[in-house]
Design a protein around this ligand. Structure first.
Ligand SMILES: C[S@@+](CC[C@H](N)C(=O)[O-])C[C@H]1O[C@@H](n2cnc3c(N)ncnc32)[C@H](O)[C@@H]1O
Length: 174
């Protein structure tokens, strides 16, 4: 990631994390355990973030959050998967980075506010579109979103207001 060098622990076999009960409850799948290309693209396209309060939604392994923390942002990384949050805390410590990681479901509001919101490859189901638009708008005045060519991204972008492509696969919402 440019001048940022990181070492990341990640699950050897994401498929082994499938949990039928969690799927039956909330259609939960362990997507957090993969490093998706949209996350790499978003991490590479981050704007200057030193001194900013940055939040990431659906962070999974949290590469954009780690890079933002390495560049001097005050980062809160969130995911609904507790294992993702735990591993990100460990990866932050392993890389000597200070970063706050917590379990959050993007369908639910929370009172904190930030300068910049991040999200990568989160638009793979229609049910994600409306709550993500709402949360990203509410949490910060600007957002960077890493895209993955998923079918529901078009609907998201149509409803997102001002959208600027800042890099291949990455858009900024103002
Ligand atoms: C395709 S993965 C992308 C992970 C990571 N952003 C990346 O690009 O490598 C989607 C992520 O969204 C998280 N997620 C799905 N639904 C969520 C929800 N309602 N609230 C918070 N996180 C959610 C998943 O746990 C997973 O980490």
């Amino acid at each position: 990631m440019g001048e940022v060098e990181l070492t990341l622990l990640r699950p050897a076999s994401p498929d082994a994390l499938l949990d039928e009960e969690a799927f039956a409850r909330d259609e939960f799948l362990p997507y957090w355990a993969e490093l998706w290309p949209a996350a790499t693209a978003l991490a590479a396209a981050l704007p200057a973030v030193a001194g900013l309060r940055v939040v990431e939604l659906g962070c999974g392994l949290g590469l954009p959050s780690l890079v933002a923390a390495a560049r001097g942002a005050e980062v809160t990384a969130t995911d609904w998967a507790a294992e993702a949050v735990e591993l990100l805390r460990e990866n932050g410590a392993r890389n000597g980075l200070s970063l706050h990681a917590e379990v959050r479901d993007w369908r639910e509001p929370w009172p904190e506010r930030f300068d910049l919101a991040l999200a990568a490859d989160v638009l793979y189901e229609r049910r994600n579109v409306a709550p993500l638009l709402e949360r990203l708008r509410e949490l910060a005045p600007a957002a960077y979103v890493g895209l993955a060519g998923r079918p529901y991204e078009a609907e998201f972008l149509r409803n997102a207001g001002s959208v600027v492509e800042v890099a291949e696969r990455v858009v900024a919402l103002g």
